[in-house]
Design a binder for this molecule. Structure first.
Ligand code: NAD
Length: 500
């Protein structure tokens, strides 16, 4: 039986205040969904209900979009320094409440507390700080033209101006809720956009707390609105709404396609951060003291619910057995438990549905002839735990090699030479991330140039920072979050030509 440790007083107060269903933030006020509809949010480790979340209708979404449209003129003309001040104040408030937010995230999502406390919530803080700076660095340019038909005695001047895209629908998934939300909100706010945010239905709590903190930081009413609810209803109504100018989406490749369809009607701008099946490649000269825990952590961190997880492992045949043995030993030692238990190194998956999906991939692989060296089964009070899993004896055409599992499941394959491993690594619909484990600078450079992925890490995996663009090639998406590149996608170009 999994026992949930005692919650902090501030977490309990928040849950009493907000997780009672009055949780839509529209035009600066908290309100219930139309008809008072709510749904339960669960502690994934125990299956216990921890709160009721408002289930927004199309009508609620319309109100939120209207509020964001009305707020747009005021926010876009707020001076950059004042936008920066508010972004920085949001970061300060998240920092002041880091323990509470980390606990909420763990309670709602299941991840070990140290992941939320030391990696993800600080990551969210840095997003707001980085983009506070970016809001004061928006610039167009003057352009020398060759237009030579202006009236005699007159001169042509031309320049470009950056303007905010408008009202943004930010739609985020459940694996790292707050930091992924910050990756959308911070650049959009810095650019002068207003927002309607739709958190994932399984993990809305930290977004609701962020909504409170943003108001406290002085963000004007209507600049960020929050609508909670299921993707099929609330998310779909938001994505299709004609008052939305851009959809900033993070989620599955399948939902990404639905987002593209919804965007067609009024040609919304779209950025898509989608799925991955990222290769980790271990070369024969790798430092195995670094590589073995490194590739294990690349997949087992956050129970593999990481878009950039290193889920396909390619190891040179000469060291294959040694590396696999090391990774299996690492997997067997990981302590599973409630995320709030300080001894826990790996928590549950976010829901019983996700655990069933993950276990289904593993049993499917077995029936296709793969060997499961460790893990693969569901356990725990709510059936949401899946032990760290290592699968070998696979063929490139197997589902477990081709599809994103989004759980703690590593698929390992040997290779003999670099050309072969480059071809295997690129043999995927996805192109999100990759890592190379070697002490050879020239091999690292060669592979970096040949792998089709948005990120390549050398002797590390899943390093991200507010300053570094992250996103994918191929079916892993369009555009980038984080870094200056993210800012770009919330700004339009306007060209001005003047005869003076
Ligand atoms: P999902 O696509 O099911 O849901 C993502 C969000 O979209 C949720 O808020 C959901 O409610 C909403 N949604 C669902 N259907 C919708 C619709 N028809 N219209 C509008 N919104 C809709 O994804 P998930 O299962 O929550 O998250 C896991 C996926 O997210 C994985 O594929 C993972 O790789 C991906 N992901 C990608 C990145 C990245 O940066 N590339 C980061 C994290 C997660």
């Amino acid at each position: 039986m999994i026992v949930r440790p005692e919650l902090r007083a501030d977490t309990r107060v928040f849950l009493e205040r907000r997780a009672t269903g009055a949780g839509l933030l529209i035009d600066g006020a908290w309100q219930s969904a139309e008809g008072g509809r709510t749904f339960a949010t669960l502690d994934p480790a125990t299956g216990e209900e921890i709160g009721r979340i408002a289930s927004a209708s199309a009508g609620d979404v319309d109100q939120a979009v209207t509020a964001a449209r009305i707020a747009f003129d005021g926010w876009r003309t707020t001076t950059p320094v004042n936008r920066a001040r508010i972004l920085w104040a949001i970061a300060d408030l998240i920092e002041a409440h880091v323990d509470e937010l980390a606990e909420l995230e763990t309670l709602d999502q299941g991840k070990p507390l140290f992941v939320a406390r030391w990696a993800e919530i600080p990551g969210a803080i840095n997003q707001f700080r980085f983009f506070a700076g970016q809001s004061m660095a928006i610039e167009g340019n003057t352009v020398e033209t060759s237009i030579d038909y202006q009236p005699a005695g007159k001169q042509m001047s031309a320049w470009t101006v950056r303007e905010p895209v408008g009202v943004v629908a930010a739609i985020v998934p459940w694996n790292s809720p707050l930091v992924l939300t910050a990756m959308k909100l911070a650049p959009a706010l810095a650019a002068g956009c207003t927002i309607v945010l739709k958190p994932a239905e399984d993990t809305s709590l930290s977004a609701l707390r962020l909504g409170e903190l943003m108001t406290q930081a002085g963000l004007p009413a209507g600049v960020v609105n929050i609508v909670t609810g299921p993707g099929s209803e609330t998310g779909a109504a938001l994505a299709a709404h004609p008052g939305i100018d851009k959809i900033a989406f993070t989620g599955s490749t399948q939902t990404g396609r639905a987002i593209l369809d919804a965007a067609k009607t009024n040609f919304k701008r779209v950025t898509l951060e989608l799925g991955g099946k990222s290769p980790a490649i271990v070369l024969p000269d790798a430092d195995l003291d670094l590589a073995i825990p490194g590739v294990a952590n690349a997949i087992f961190f956050n129970a593999g619910q990481v878009c950039i997880a290193g889920s396909r492992l390619y190891v040179h045949r000469s060291i294959h057995d040694q590396v696999i043995e090391g990774v299996v030993a690492y997997a067997k030692e990981l302590a599973m438990g409630h995320g709030l238990d300080p001894a826990t190194q790996m928590g549950p998956l976010v829901s019983a549905r996700q655990a069933e999906r993950v276990a289904g991939f593993v049993s499917g692989a077995k029936s296709e002839g793969a060997t499961v060296l460790t893990g693969g089964d569901r356990s725990g009070d709510a059936g949401t735990f899946v032990a760290p899993t290592v699968v070998v004896d696979v063929r490139p055409d197997m589902t477990i090699v081709r599809e994103e599992v989004f759980g703690p499941v590593l698929v390992a394959q040997p290779y003999d030479d670099l050309d072969e491993v480059v071809a295997a690594a690129n043999d995927s619909q996805y192109g999100l991330a990759s890592s190379i484990w070697t002490q050879s600078l020239s091999s690292a450079h060669r592979l970096t140039g040949q792998i089709r992925a948005g990120s390549v890490w050398i002797n590390c995996h899943a390093m991200y920072d507010a300053s570094l663009p992250i996103g994918g090639m191929k079916a892993s998406g369009w555009g980038r979050d984080s870094g200056k590149q993210a800012m770009d996608s919330y700004l339009e170009w306007k060209t001005v030509c003047a005869v003076i």
